[in-house]
Write a protein that binds this ligand. Structure first.
Ligand code: NDP
Ligand code: GDR
Length: 374
């Protein structure tokens, strides 16, 4: 299958990062293979613009059915594709859900990485195939140092983070034991208009847009005091690629070095549509009330309660604060985040406002738009 150009294999190609990375690698002239899992509905929305008909000759973008919990599929695909680079982005990536599905999360997110590394060994590709593991700032959990860098000790606080800690160390171990070019990107939260709707940023931008257009009354959130270091997924996938282009495999923190609270993110998103929010009360009684409305984008009025706390979104153990120190990536990879938080929020709100406007038209035509609060 290798025709001279570089060949990449992306697990999790249907996810947020997978879609941005596939786009980037295709732009760079790679032949890109992606692993998608079987689902009863189409799960390729984020990559449909890259789709190439299987009947076309000389395809650059090829999808394979497989699953991180199924070694046989991984070995078969890696044998067939003979990739120069594997980006392991697939995961049950929702921290709160990992408390509900801890065993599956461990299997996919922890052992999944091992299955790929073993496939590289079994197929004798140790010298050919470079491996990227999607590690996470969640490894720092109960933080031991502020800001967090590559040497900061880990203290995972969820089944997701514990599974990712296994994947982190098995990547390091296979690098040291077998000389595989394998590295961890310890990425802090990164978002985009195609972020899953149940992660807090997208949940906020989607809800604020829908509230502005009268499709939804209120946004229910959990811990609004949580602090995160948010960047743009489009910028972060470039670093994933760069990590595999170095002389020596190393692990890197990718972050912006700036931190905001969930509450601030809500204010920024609302401000994009001309709504000023005042937060009142504390803990489970905290509410967000409309304090001022400018422009004509939002059909809300002063005094409306548009944000409430719902304890169902609290986690059994929370990660209260994350702030990355990307000095190593800046010095060795030339990393500077291109997108500010203000630009990220704006891009997300604009996209969700457009989607909500489409839903408004559908509603006006007599159909009921589905409402997801999770
Ligand atoms: P998403 O949740 O958007 O995408 C996850 C991808 O993994 C989807 O394509 C999903 O398929 C796929 N997947 C899930 N389970 C399996 C499985 N058992 N077998 C094969 N594929 C599977 O995550 P992101 O794109 O946001 O994140 C990419 C990776 O980076 C993840 O590993 C995540 O844990 C990690 N990460 C993310 C950060 C972030 O802020 N976004 C920060 C740090 C790390 P489907 O589309 O069918 O659901
Ligand atoms: P996180 O992202 O857990 O950091 O994991 P998420 O957006 O889910 O939560 C961020 C913070 O917001 C708080 N929060 C809420 N979160 C959600 N999802 N829904 C709510 O209603 C809500 N209210 C408050 C959370 O408690 C948390 O403190 C993401 C994922 O992409 C992981 O895969 C990745 O590894 C890490 O980022 C880095």
């Amino acid at each position: 299958m290798n025709t001279g150009k570089k060949v990449a294999l992306i697990t999790g190609v249907t996810g947020q990062d997978g879609a941005y990375l596939a786009e980037l690698l295709l732009e760079k002239g790679y032949e890109v293979h992606g692993i998608k899992r079987r689902s009863s509905l189409f799960n390729t929305d984020r990559i449909d613009h890259l789709y190439q008909d299987p009947h076309e000759s000389d395809r650059k973008f090829i999808l394979h059915h497989g699953d991180l919990t199924d070694s046989t599929s991984l070995i078969r695909i890696i044998q067939q594709v003979q990739p120069d680079e594997i980006y392991n982005l697939a995961a049950q990536s929702h921290v709160a859900v990992s408390f509900e599905e801890p065993e599956y999360t461990a299997n996919a997110d922890g052992i999944g990485a091992l299955r790929i590394l073993e496939a590289i060994r079994i197929l004798g590709l140790e010298k050919k195939t470079r491996f990227y593991q999607a590690s996470t700032s969640e490894l720092y959990g109960l933080v031991q140092e502020i800001p967090q860098k590559e040497t900061t000790p880990f203290y995972p606080r969820s089944p997701y983070a514990v599974a990712k800690m296994y994947a982190y160390w098995i990547t390091v171990n296979y690098r040291e034991a077998y000389g595989i070019y394998a590295c961890n990107g310890i990425l802090f939260n990164h978002e985009s208009p195609v972020r899953g709707e149940t992660f807090v940023t997208r949940k906020i931008t989607r809800a604020i847009a829908r509230i502005a257009l009268g499709l939804q009354d209120c946004l229910f959130l959990g811990n609004m005091s949580a602090l995160r270091d948010w960047g743009h997924a489009r910028d972060y996938v470039e670093m994933q690629w760069l990590m595999l282009q170095q002389d020596k495999a190393e692990d890197f923190v990718i972050a912006t070095g700036v931190q905001y609270s969930v509450r601030q993110f809500v204010s920024f998103a609302a401000a994009e549509l001309g709504v000023e929010i005042k937060f009142e009360g504390e803990g489970v009684s905290e509410i967000g009330v409309v304090a001022k409305v400018t422009g004509d984008k939002a059909k809300v009025k002063v005094g409306d309660v548009i944000v409430k706390v719902d304890p169902r979104y609290f986690r059994p153990t929370e990660v209260e604060t994350l702030l990355g120190d990307p000095t190593k990536a800046r010095e060795k990879l030339g990393w500077t985040p291109k997108t500010t938080l203000a630009e990220l929020v704006s891009e997300m709100v604009v996209a969700d406002y457009e989607a909500a406007r489409r839903d408004t038209l559908i509603k006006m035509a007599g159909f009921t738009a589905l409402d997801h609060h999770e």
